[in-house]
Design a protein around this ligand. Sequence first.
Ligand SMILES: NC(=O)c1ccc[n+]([C@@H]2O[C@H](COP(=O)([O-])OP(=O)(O)OC[C@H]3O[C@@H](n4cnc5c(N)ncnc54)[C@H](O)[C@@H]3O)[C@@H](O)[C@H]2O)c1
Length: 374
Amino acid sequence: MRAVRIAMVGTGRMARAHSQAYLTAARFFDLPVRPHLKVVCGRSVERAEPLAQAFEWEEAAGDWRQVVGRDDVDLVDVVAPTALHCDVVRAAAEAGKAVVCEKPLAVDGAQALRALDAVTRARVPSAVIFNYRYVPAVRLAHDLLHEGRLGDVRHFSARFLQDWLSDPARPMSWRLRRSEGGGVLLDLGVHLVDLVRHLIGEIDAVAASSRGFVSQREDPTGVVHGVDVEDAAAALLEVGGGATGTLQVSRLAAGNRCASGFEITGSRGAVRWDFQSMNDLDVYLPDESPLLEGWRRVSVTRPGAHPWAQAWWGGGHPIGFEETFVHELAAFLRRLAGETDEVPAVEDGVRAQLVLDGIQTAARERRWVSVGRP
Ligand SMILES: NC(=O)c1ccc[n+]([C@@H]2O[C@H](COP(=O)([O-])OP(=O)(O)OC[C@H]3O[C@@H](n4cnc5c(N)ncnc54)[C@H](O)[C@@H]3O)[C@@H](O)[C@H]2O)c1
């Protein structure tokens, strides 16, 4: 079986998620290619070494520029802080490598378009990690919507609320610097924007409000820095085809460790999903006996019926966040072998980024903004 030799850039939390996902994908899915964990690259070899050992990477490296063009690498996986994404994606594409990039693709639309340009010119396959598309319950919602079972979508609400920055003593990091791709919109909002595009359709226009609540934070050495990103935002979205909806994001939403979800209402039914019960989808289809009409909760775990369930543990046995990466990376490995799995690509990353640019502009200028197209 052909090996796909992978170079990974980044050694943090997502590096662990992707390393594990490649190993699990090969063990639980019948893949036409074999992922080979060739080299993992950090800011230094020493920083990459522990990850290399934990996940059986063949090598550790300390300079991504020395790695992405290597002859013994087929795929470059970018899990570094967001400000690095565009440069690594472009260098990898120019070297003819397939590219996987964590969300968001870049720090803004202009940079994302430069990444798209490189990938398009090089004609290399690409994936952006929009892993919430790969939650089985979200896929079921997608299928019900796209089969027309819920009718025409009329309205929706989506939220992604966390509270890890509620404490003003939480230290400064790249996630709080605009130039480095920080801010809640790029961090969490991008997932919701992608889900709206995936489930409902392209977003044409936005209006928004955003706020910062903690204006300064200390870095781990005690130096105080100004915070120039939004802590929370709310947006109104108009989707082509007629749907209207809202999006709310915050990393200072006390009591919400990681509360994401959506409700989508069509002319014939509705769906509702909550990440904290991620294996379930609430479905409302009123065309039944009036005696029994109402919401039903579907456990999206039934082998043979539900997406990906066949690969796991059996009906009613939950899977988790980790498996979303397994599903997406397995799909991308299949695509590399010429199979037709649909995977969000760099173009999807650009489209999400242009919506986020629109939201930032709308909030700053306090007006409706039409969303650009790549
Ligand atoms: N899809 C998701 O659910 C999800 C969740 C969290 C983060 N992310 C995204 O994944 C990316 C990484 O996030 P993370 O949580 O792993 O961040 P992190 O801060 O935990 O890890 C980033 C890593 O990159 C390393 N790094 C910094 N500069 C580097 C360089 N020049 N070369 C190589 N490595 C370098 C850092 O040392 C660190 O280990 C971000 O873009 C983030 O938005 C996605």
